[in-house]
Design a protein around this ligand. Sequence first.
Ligand code: SME
Length: 156
Amino acid sequence: MTKGRPVPDYATLAKTIQSLTEGEDDTVALMATVTCEVHHSDDRFDWTGFYRVTGPEMLKIGPYQGGHGCLQIPFARGVCGAAARTGQVQLVADVDAFPGHIACASSTRSELVLPVKNAAGDLIAVFDIDSDQPDAFSQGDADALSAILRDVFMRP
Ligand code: SME
């Protein structure tokens, strides 16, 4: 459970996203819908969105909700870059303790960044959720959101 705060009902969220996106294969349409549904599912989520792989070692902003997001993030930089570089989920309890964290918003205290792959297994993006609460995210959040991303973006 997540720090005594209400967590989204991930089973319902997954079903909602599944039904809204069924039959859709346009990546931007899928990213926009996932971002909207996830962002509004929990007050912990202050900034929610995708950074897309657009070139060698380069991420660019995709659909998002929240305040202004940086337009470009090289793989070498920040929490998003670390997720893209390593292919591993980045669960960061304290962004100030993360070397190279990119502060798009100074209110951000903790982050969860998940790699996003397509059906071929290629990295197409990372999904970034930021919170103004310290230590806002749990492994449970990471697991549930990873499953949603797999369902939507790895569809055959
Ligand atoms: N949190 C990111 C930067 C992007 S934003 O916060 C919207 C990072 O350090 O990778």
